[in-house]
Design a protein around this ligand. Structure first.
Ligand SMILES: Nc1ncnc2c1ncn2[C@@H]1O[C@H](COP(=O)(O)OP(=O)(O)OP(=O)(O)O)[C@@H](O)[C@H]1O
Length: 222
């Protein structure tokens, strides 16, 4: 994506290059990504605000540089979205931290939750906060409500390993994504869980992650 006025643009694009994973090394793959700032290949120029991993900036800087300012902005009334985009196995789940396991790498969502509650702790004597959490998955045009207790329970019954597969819950109207006349996008019919602590929010992330229809491909090794 080319952005001529990067500093003024409210959309920032960062690349996160992951290292080779076990299977790739076994197959003899070689890391072919080199980050060289300011290079144009032929007529194609790809401009990014940040490049992490590989020979770019260490990935640990990603949260502080790209996401912490967005969390800060929430307290000034700004909305924020972090979107992970990439082919299967490129590291979206890892980077976002949706499949968080204790003692492993901490991704963007758990770190955003920690930053949110740190800030709330500092401000709680001056302001009342209400936090509500939704977690949906869009799979082949079906919107799945990952925090709906029926989805969680049905997923566990379905295959016993917590991964729900494609599933719709009988009797429950499907979640709909709607755009209001003011351009605001809403999730009509999705479960909103009221949370007051970081632990409660983490529980939502963990439960919702278990209900995702995660599937193994040759590239993501799940
Ligand atoms: N930065 C990284 N460092 C080390 N391992 C990583 C990194 N990013 C991803 N991986 C590993 O690469 C594999 C694929 O990553 P991940 O599952 O996050 O991909 P994905 O883009 O979410 O795939 P899919 O779209 O199929 O769900 C996983 O085994 C993950 O642990």
């Amino acid at each position: 994506m080319t952005m001529e006025h990067g500093e003024d643009c409210c959309v920032k694009v960062a690349v996160h290059a992951r290292p080779l994973i076990g299977d790739e090394k076994l197959q003899g793959c070689k890391d072919c990504v080199t980050v060289v700032p300011g290079v144009q290949i032929g007529t194609h120029s790809f401009t990014f605000d940040h490049v992490y991993g590989s020979s770019g900036t260490p990935s640990t800087a990603m949260f502080d540089e790209c996401v912490a300012p967005l969390v800060e902005g929430l307290f000034q009334g700004y909305n924020a979205t972090v979107l992970a985009y990439g082919q299967t196995g490129s590291g979206k789940t890892y980077t976002m931290g949706t499949a968080c396991k204790e003692g492993t790498h901490v991704g963007i969502i758990p770190r955003a939750m920690a930053a949110l509650f740190d800030k709330i702790e500092k401000l709680k004597n001056q302001v009342d906060f209400q936090l509500r959490v939704s977690f949906i998955e869009i799979l082949k045009e079906e919107v799945r409500d990952l925090l709906d207790p029926a989805t969680v329970a049905a997923g566990k019954v379905e295959n016993g390993n917590g991964h729900a597969g494609k599933l719709s819950v009988p009797g429950k109207p499907p979640v709909q994504i709607r755009e209001g006349s003011n351009g605001v996008i809403t999730l009509s019919g999705s479960t909103e869980v009221h949370v007051t602590t970081q632990k409660e929010m983490t529980t939502c992330l963990e439960q919702g992650s278990l209900s995702r229809a995660t599937g193994s491909t040759n590239m993501n090794n799940q």
